[in-house]
Ligand binder design. Structure first.
Ligand code: F6R
Length: 643
């Protein structure tokens, strides 16, 4: 049911959004804004000689906020002497000095760098015997009450909508307590704990009731990966314990602070014509018409005037209708995105094709962030480009060594020892390395960084697999490039940001190959992840090289990373595949044996990479089919980046 809700001050139509939501260009601008609100609150309380009571969160989201607060303390003299904090949660059991402890997290990121008094910060204790937890939780709440309640609660949000560790199913009046962690939460945490087996099953969390009692609540979310749950929390018609963050719809002073990517699914961003009058640009029209056709499950050419009018698009119809005219235009455009010649079709009229016909044989450079993204995300296109006579190069940007299991490393080290033995090659060195790796791995603690030897072995395994895929496609050694970008080589899950050396290595390769086409992974889902850093390095390299004459002929195409696909309205080139080509691609992906268990990474999705790739490529083909275009088995999708 629609509720009429116009914000009187701004005229903003809030019919869909039940929580104030502020969208920032990026997470760093958003973090700055939240930091300055906190600083203002602290200072206001200083003037009235009161304590400022903050509820704090951990996880990846608030890291930028804490960095800002530390900077404000150092540069602007912001004092935390009047600040009292209560953290939301802690894993249980957990020693405070463990690298996974939220006590350690908070100290390393905030408390050790500001002048907060040690007795003024509170974090749930993960070391208590179980039977003492309940009493401890009551005391924790009493302590919050004794200092006057939380002035401001900072929150992140889990993929399932959890706040704190109040998972789906939590009661709105839940108290601070020991909880069992959801599978989705554990999967998300497992990358920090080196696997699901080492990931805690329980945690202590502040209850929803105390969060709701905070005088103000700010929930922050970054990245496309959070976009669905943000929409469900903000726009969900009902407040439901399936999505605990939706309880905040009933808080009278809660705000969601999100970056552009996390806002993507909100109605005002995704289908703005349902919220306010829009300018019907080409892109907007295309998005609306394709969305309409998929929504009413009709081929584009079957849409009627009534469909447009009933779905908030009557002004478009008035401007450019009747429906038939708009339909045919959008249909043709979509038709023109389909091309079995990703490198351009030689000697063909290319005025309506996604790629140029000339030069007939192009030099192509495919960047692959990890050693398998090329085949997973664009394996069919990769093969076609090669088979259609283009000079295809592939550049593996990182070693990908972190994603190889310990027993795989041992298996290969062992192989070398056996190999030497069998062929009478004297190599004490190989045996020494094997023994060293074995000793290390046997005693390795969860999350301990691998010794360099083990990392090299793991990197070599992935290198061998990537090479096998490239041979399978038909490339020669000189067309295969291993970049080993330094930002990746921390040995930890957490990588460094893009560095000068990463950019220079990328520039050097582009300059040598002088490609007519660059393919890159345009993954926006994880703003801090490896794909984004790899993309940043390419974008910066291309910008710096832009003025070179060869760059005039260089087009950049973006495929999507391993998790997401481009929206149907964004696709500028769709490369179709037949059933046999789908099987070929599967064989190419199978070369990456060490990744066969790479199944549990995002959400509760437990499909293997090849299954996900196939489902995703089939889904794109299904969309084209539903929209009334030709039926293919699968399609790989690309968007052009104009630099
Ligand atoms: C952390 C917490 C959690 C996180 C949430 C999002 O104290 O209570 O609710 O805020 O899991 O985690 P990130 O920010 O890592 O995506």
């Amino acid at each position: 049911m629609l509720k009429s809700k116009i914000d009187k001050a701004t005229g903003f139509e809030k019919r869909f959004e039940n929580i104030d939501t502020v969208i920032f260009e990026d997470s760093s601008a958003a973090s700055k804004s939240v930091a300055s609100e906190i600083a203002d609150l602290i200072k206001a309380k200083q003037i009235t000689k009161e304590s400022c009571v903050l509820g704090l969160a951990t996880g990846s989201t608030p890291k930028g906020l804490y960095a800002q607060l530390v900077r404000m303390h150092r540069e602007d003299g912001l004092s935390f002497k009047n600040v009292i904090t209560f953290n939301l949660d802690e894993y249980y059991p957990m020693e405070p000095d463990s690298i996974h402890s939220y006590v350690r997290f908070m100290k390393e990121l905030l408390f050790d760098h500001v002048d907060i008094l040690p007795e003024n910060y509170n974090i749930p204790d993960g070391t208590l015997p179980k039977k003492k937890i309940s009493g401890y939780c009551d005391d924790y709440e009493a302590k919050i009450k004794a200092v006057g309640g939380l002035d401001l609660q900072i929150l992140g949000i889990g993929g399932n909508g959890h706040i704190g560790f109040n998972e789906s199913g939590s009661l709105q009046n839940s108290r601070t307590r020991l909880v069992a962690l959801d599978h989705i939460t554990r999967v998300a945490a497992s990358k920090d704990f080196s696997g699901l087996n080492n990931t805690p099953r329980t945690a202590i969390t502040l209850g929803i009731k105390k969060i709701m009692e905070a005088k103000r609540v700010i929930l922050m979310a970054w990245g496309e990966g959070k976009s669905n749950i943000i929409r469900a929390s903000v726009e969900g018609g009902e407040v439901t314990n399936k999505v605990p963050a939706s309880f905040l719809q009933e808080h009278n002073n809660a705000v969601f602070v999100v970056d552009k990517e996390a806002s993507r699914k909100l109605t005002r961003i995704n289908t703005p014509w349902l919220v306010e009058k829009v300018e019907w640009t080409e892109d907007m029209t295309r998005k609306a018409v394709l969305g309409l056709a998929l929504h009413v499950k009709k081929p584009i050419l079957m849409l009627t005037d009534a469909d447009y009018i009933e779905h908030g698009m009557s002004d478009l119809l008035a401007d450019s209708g009747p429906a038939y005219d708009i339909n045919i235009e959008i249909f043709n455009k979509l038709q023109n995105t389909i091309s079995g010649w990703p490198g351009g079709k030689p000697n063909a009229d290319d005025s309506k094709r996604p790629e140029r016909a000339q030069p007939a044989k192009k030099r192509v450079l495919i960047f692959s962030p990890h050693p398998d993204d090329d085949i997973i995300s664009m394996g069919g296109t990769f093969k076609r480009l090669h088979e259609q006579g283009n000079e295809v190069h592939v550049a593996y940007q990182t070693s990908g060594n972190i994603a190889v299991a310990d027993d795989e490393a041992l298996r290969f080290a062992n192989f070398v020892v056996d190999y030497n033995d069998r062929f009478g090659i004297e190599s004490k060195e190989a045996e020494k390395i094997y023994t060293k790796a074995l000793k290390f791995l046997k005693n390795k603690k969860a999350s301990e960084i691998d010794i360099p030897e083990v990392r090299y072995i793991k990197g070599l395994i992935r290198k061998g697999e990537a090479r096998a895929t490239s041979y399978f496609v038909g490339l020669q050694d000189e067309q295969i490039h291993f970049m080993n970008l330094p930002f990746y080589e921390t040995g930890k899950i957490e990588k460094n940001p893009v560095g000068e050396e990463d950019i220079e290595l990328t520039m050097a390769l582009i300059e040598v190959i002088k490609p007519h086409q660059i393919y890159a992974a345009g993954d926006l889902a994880d703003p801090h992840g490896t794909h984004k850093v790899c993309l940043d390095a390419i974008f910066e390299a291309v910008r710096r090289l832009k003025s070179k004459p060869f760059m005039k002929d260089c087009w950049v195409w973006l495929y999507r990373g391993a998790w997401q696909e481009w929206g149907i309205d964004e696709i500028e080139m769709a490369v179709p595949m037949g059933p046999d080509q789908v099987l070929e691609k599967r064989r190419g992906i199978f070369k990456h044996q060490s990744q066969k268990d790479g199944v549990v990474f995002q959400g509760s999705d437990s499909r293997e990479f090849w299954q996900r790739a196939e489902d995703r490529n089939k889904e794109t083909a299904d969309f084209y089919d539903t929209l009334g275009l030709a039926r293919y088995a699968a399609m790989e999708a690309f968007v052009r980046w104009h630099y």
